[in-house]
Write a protein that binds this ligand. Structure first.
Ligand SMILES: [Cu+2]
Length: 430
């Protein structure tokens, strides 16, 4: 029975790698050597060389407890509190399950890292619910970085007030823990039309300075919401200035980069740098290029628990090793397949539908004085932001509308600030 399950999980990973291959994503360095067994997978790294370790019944027997392990921490991501669509009608419950799993680990993690998208719409009530839920974590120290969903209404001011005390800029910071240096980075502020995540000059300068005086033997952990490596640029799954950040860590012997955002496990090793994305505690997303867009994947309730999870990272005393354990909330089987996309609906002259991460129609041609109505038909929020700052919607949840009257002729381009790859334009003729 257990062998069957392991095979099933390997299939899921094989499938993901297959998809990457088909889409021409540079998979140099993508590794397949993951050992799925029972509840999760373990990565150990020695001198930057990752190795997988069987993990069967490890949680129960206390694998990693004592021998060779100095400390551990857990990573959770993309809790999207407030999301309530069919892909997961109860994201608070699945976050609670993740917390319970962390609390049940034989070696108590010293702290938890949340890699962003705490909330779905940056609402105070969503942050309140998150805080309430996280109170049940036995690890009292939780480190956060914001996702783009946490900066929706006020460019992240509320996030900073709640979670960014003592941080710099939009919320970046660093800390040391038992000889390991951690830096939490923000790459979701001020996303630009057509673009990827971005760290920005000020943060890069800070990071360079932050790392400067440190010995090359110090293990480094960088964490941010959007991957700091190019997973799939067509969906904006990458950070445009991550190369610069990574150039500052090149001289270090062990570098681990943790991200969320893509709601699935992806790993890659390049030299001494190991990249890892975590699953979401809320809803899964399709493998890169395997669906028309990066929306929530609808899977059955039974399946859902299997594609949501936590990451448990163990730091080994050797000084150059980290072991990463990814644990689905329900570890009894494999992941599901992507749901079929919804059909696009026809638009009239002054209507733009947002469907499957596409503005339709675009360009839209209207007469001067016309009012244009955008309607979000997706089950995740989008925005309508003028590239030139002429109009800016709030986050539009499903079926919500945004209207703007065009009083001057010209071409007006716009984009979604949550998904800057989504762009459109309105041509206004006199
Ligand atoms: Cu969007």
């Amino acid at each position: 029975m257990e062998d069957d399950m392991n095979e099933k999980k390997e299939d899921v990973i094989d499938q993901q790698l297959q998809d990457l291959n088909n889409d021409g994503v540079d998979r140099r360095g993508f590794l397949k050597c993951m050992a799925w067994a029972g509840t999760g997978l373990v990565w150990t790294m020695s001198g930057g060389i990752p190795a997988s370790q069987a993990f069967a019944k490890g949680m129960e027997s206390g694998m990693g407890k004592g021998k060779g392990v100095d400390f551990s921490f857990a990573q959770i991501s993309d809790s999207h509190i407030g999301f309530n669509k069919p892909a997961n009608p109860d994201v608070t419950a699945t976050l609670q399950t993740a917390i319970s799993k962390i609390n049940a680990l034989p070696q108590k993690p010293d702290f938890i890292i949340h890699t962003g998208d705490l909330s779905h719409l940056s609402k105070p009530s969503e942050f309140d619910t998150l805080d309430q839920t996280l109170k049940s974590a036995s690890a009292k120290q939780i480190y956060f970085v914001p996702g783009e969903h946490d900066m929706l209404t006020d460019n992240g001011e509320q996030y900073l007030q709640r979670y960014g005390k003592g941080t710099k800029g939009n919320g970046w910071y660093s800390f040391d823990h038992k000889g390991v240096h951690f830096a939490g980075l923000v790459n979701v502020a001020n996303l630009k039309a057509g673009g990827l995540g971005s760290l920005g000059h000020e943060q890069l300068e800070w990071l360079e300075d932050d790392l400067k005086g440190r010995s090359a033997s110090t293990p480094i952990v960088l964490f941010a919401h959007i991957p700091l490596w190019t997973v799939y640029p067509d969906w904006g799954w990458g950070t445009d200035d991550s190369e610069q950040a990574l150039s500052y860590v090149k001289r270090f012997g062990s570098v681990t980069v943790l991200n969320g955002h893509i709601h699935q496990v992806m790993q890659k090793v390049e030299g001494k740098v190991s990249f890892h994305t975590a699953m979401s505690t809320a809803f899964p997303q399709p493998a890169p290029g395997s669906a028309p867009s990066a929306g929530p994947m609808k899977v059955s309730a039974e399946q859902l628990q299997k594609v949501l999870g936590i990451t448990d990272v163990r730091y080994l005393v050797s000084g150059t090793s980290l072991a990463i354990v990814d644990s689905p909330l329900d570890s009894s089987g494999g992941a599901g397949a992507a749901a079929a996309p919804a059909a696009a609906s026809a638009a009239s002259d002054s209507d733009v539908k947002i469907d499957n991460f596409v503005f339709n129609p675009t360009p839209l041609t209207v007469k001067t004085g016309s009012q244009v109505t955008w309607t979000n038909r997706d089950d995740i929020p989008h925005t309508v932001d003028s590239t030139e700052g002429k109009f800016k919607s709030s986050a539009l949840d499903t079926d919500q509308k945004f209207q703007f009257r065009f009083t001057e002729p010209g071409e007006f381009s716009y984009f979604c600030r949550l998904h800057p790859k989504m762009t459109g334009s309105v041509v206004v003729k006199s």
